[in-house]
Structure formats: C-alpha cells, structure tokens
Design a protein around this ligand. Structure first.
Ligand code: SF4
Length: 442
C-alpha cells in the first residue's frame, strides 16, 4: 500500500461537493468520507469497516438515502489511515460515476429485467469520461419489489414491458415521476445512448446536470412511468427467486454507532448470513435463509434498529443536524425522535416528514407534504414544498413539539373516510395548518 499523504485530500466545503474515500469533506464533527459499494460484502467485512470507523473517526456512521456508508469524525491524520485500512479490506468499492441499481437487482422475482449488465457497462465506459459533475448519478431500474423511483438521477433507465418485449425508458433529471422522458430504447441501444449523453454533459462542464439536456430532448414520447407504484419500504422480509431471503434493517434516522453495527454484523455471522448490502432509505439488506433473516430482525429490533415500515421513525427524513453539520441550527434528531414518538398516528406511510437543519434540505431534496426547516430564530413549517420554500408558520425551538402535536391532532380530527395523512394535509392547506399551529399560543 502506498503511503498516503493528506496533500491528496480535498477539504471541500463547496455546495455540491461530494465526499469520497480519497476526498474527505469537512463537517461540524470533523472530516467525513463516503464509502460506496457496488456489490454486497460479508457481515465480517462490514464489522471490520466499523472497527476502522471507531479507530480513526468518532465511531458514528451514516447510511445515506442512496445507500452509501459515511464515516464521521475523522482528522487530517486519521483520514488517510482510514483509507489505507479500507483499501486493505478489498471491498467492491465504487470508483468514479455513481451508477445505481435496486438492492435486489438480479435476485428479485418481480424484476422485469436484470439491470446489472447495463450498469456495469456504463460504469466501465464512464471511466474514459472526465469532467462530469461530482454528484452526477445514473439509475438503472429493472423494476421489482424495491424501486429507485424516488431517488433523483441525472440519467435514468427504467425497464418497461411492451408487446415487443422489454424496453428501457430513458429519463433526464428528477425522480421517476418528474424526470423528462428522453427516449424508449432497446437494451442494445441503451448503453450507447447513455454514454453519448454523458459525453455531452462532460463537454458542457462540471456544473452540467441531466436536466440541462432535457430541453433539447429529441423525443416527445409519452411517459411510460405513469402509474408507477409507490416505492415499497425496505424494512421488510423479502423472498428471492434463488430460495434465499433478504431482510432490510435500518438505524434510526440513518445513523448508528460502530458498536451497534458491529454487534448486528456479529449476530448475522453467527446466524450464518453471508452477505450484506447498504441500500436505499438508510437501510442494510442482509441475505440468507428465511429463519436466519427473521432471527436477525428480532435481534435488530431489540437493539433499537428499524425493522418494519410500521416504525414511525422510518417515515421521517432527517439530516444529521447539530453537531454533525455546521449549517444546522438545531439538533434535528431530537426533534425527529419526539415527532416519531408523539405523532405516530400521522405516519401512515403516505408521506415522509422532512426535518431539516437548514434550508438546504439535504435529507429530502424533493417537496414533502410537511417540512420543518431550522432558522436562526426557530423552525419554519412548510406544506407541500422543499425546505427552502415559503413557510405557513414559524415557531420557536421550544414550541416545536407542541406545534407538531397540534398538526397531528388536526389531521386525526379532520381525516375523511379512508383519506390518508398526505391527502388530508394537502386538503387542509397552509391556512388551516397555520391556524392549528398558532392556536395554542398565548
Ligand atoms: S440540510 Fe442539514 S445536513 Fe444539509 S447543510 Fe443543512 S443542516 Fe447540514
């Protein structure tokens, strides 16, 4: 292993900067590096990675919305040591362009097509392209039980069944619901067209994103994504076509101590589980026999992990907040914990409450039915918008929990028939919500 010097590292705090193993980013609790994997690893390898995080960082790890591991609390001295230690584990590390596939790709009996060969060809081809935006991402979604529909992507290929066989809808920018349909392609054309688009983006410079090409889209094809099912929760036990099962387990709010993750991985190894993959929505998928997966879920639940979509914590999208992020105005995880405990009835799976330490809105870049955004004076409440959108009410930090309870009470009282929480919030609108929030004030 070549000796590493800190000169190689980028202390990057630019908006849009992307921390990588070799390019730590400065945060409120020290340097942060991101570890992206393109395949599953063993529980023993994940446990070893957590030991490295404990040895070289502050022992806190995040699993991001997109399923990347983030190791926090590193220093200028320890970050290169961590990198050397991780590289010595010979993990399937992603280097270069993020080309993402669903976590059960190739094992999902509901999948229309295996997206992995296309993803691998694009990863390989993209190594020859330089100058892409640091956060450029390509999603290849073959359908199935767990979709990547809600992740933002510069370029997205989605498998669709047609009378003529499987085709791939290519969308530019946004989520699957909001991206612009660019073309509908055969598998043999898909890699070629994506590579051509990536080269066009590289030629436009590091600020160019997929949506920038959407205006010059050559196709007026209707969207084939209408009616796309809402993404399923990863926190469940899923049967795979090969006779094995996958169980999704997640730390509360995407963050765990190295010690808790090591204990989970040790138990997985003891149960005979051979592989684990960090995945979407802050989850870890463990793959093994059904009984082993069920036993691991029981262990995880007793250890405080999320193992079911009924857990209200799985319906809160929250950024690291204070003290991990310098931009945060409050301890976001405290507010999220209180909301999950006290407003559980609000969380029926129809929306995710967005709790954001500042207007940047890292945890939920898309609009949410209800967002709480930290400001210097307190929290802004936003209906059907992004963290930076116009609030319908603002409260002090001390009033936050009471204001949330009032909204939950209003929704419970006003819900009509089988109306879900998101629909009820939308129907009530900013004025009724504002009146509820301010009703208990002196
Ligand atoms: S949204 Fe949260 S994590 Fe992102 S910059 Fe703001 S406080 Fe930091």
């Amino acid at each position: 292993m070549t000796a590493l010097s800190f000169d190689r590292f980028t202390l990057d705090m630019r908006r849009g900067a992307c921390p990588a193993l070799s390019a730590p980013m400065m945060t409120g609790d020290g340097l942060l590096v991101r570890v992206s994997l393109v395949d599953a690893i063993s529980p023993l390898q994940l446990a070893e990675l957590c030991r490295l995080a404990r040895r070289h960082g502050n022992g806190i790890l995040d699993i991001s919305t997109r399923g990347n591991l983030q190791i926090r609390g590193l220093t200028e001295t320890s970050a290169p040591q961590l990198e050397a230690g991780i590289r010595a584990l010979s993990l399937p590390l992603r280097e270069g362009l993020a080309v993402e596939t669903p976590p059960l790709a190739g094992m999902d009996s509901h999948e229309l097509a295996d997206p992995r060969p296309i993803a691998e060809a694009i990863r390989k081809g993209a190594r020859e392209i330089s100058g892409l935006a640091p956060k450029m991402s390509v999603v290849i979604d073959g359908g199935g039980q767990l979709r990547l529909s809600s992740l933002l992507a510069d370029i997205r290929l989605v498998a669709v069944g047609t009378d003529a066989g499987i085709r791939w809808t290519l969308l530019l920018g946004g989520t699957e619901a909001t991206g612009r349909v660019f073309d509908v392609l055969r598998e043999t054309e898909a890699v070629y067209i994506v590579m051509a688009l990536l080269k066009r983006l590289a030629a436009l410079g590091e600020r160019a994103r997929g949506k920038d090409l959407a205006t010059s889209s050559p196709s007026s094809s209707p969207s084939l994504t209408e009616g796309a099912a809402a993404p399923s929760s990863p926190f469940s036990l899923i049967a795979l076509w090969n006779g094995f099962h996958a169980v999704g387990i997640g730390p509360a709010f995407g963050q765990a101590t190295a010690a808790d993750l090591i204990a989970l991985c040790d138990e997985a190894s003891r149960l005979g589980i051979r592989s684990v993959k960090p995945a979407l929505d802050h989850s870890l998928f463990f793959f093994g026999a059904k009984a082993a997966c069920e036993a691991l879920a029981a262990f995880a639940e007793n250890s405080g992990f999320i193992v079911s979509p009924a857990d209200p914590r799985s319906h809160v999208a929250v950024c690291p907040g204070r003290p991990a992020c310098q931009s945060a105005s409050f301890v976001t995880h405290d507010v999220a914990t209180a909301a999950a405990a006290e407003c559980a009835g609000l969380f029926d799976g129809s929306f995710r409450l967005h709790v954001s330490g500042c207007a940047k809105g890292c945890a939920h870049p898309q609009p949410a039915a209800l967002s709480l955004t930290g400001t210097a004076a307190g929290l802004s409440f936003i209906a059907d918008g992004k963290a930076a959108d116009r609030p319908f009410a603002s409260v002090t930090f001390a009033d936050t929990n009471a204001a949330l309870r009032r909204i939950a009470d209003l929704v419970r009282a006003e819900r009509q028939g089988d109306e879900n929480s998101a629909a009820c919030l939308a129907r009530l609108g900013p004025e009724r919500l504002s009146a509820a929030v301010t009703s208990g004030r002196p």
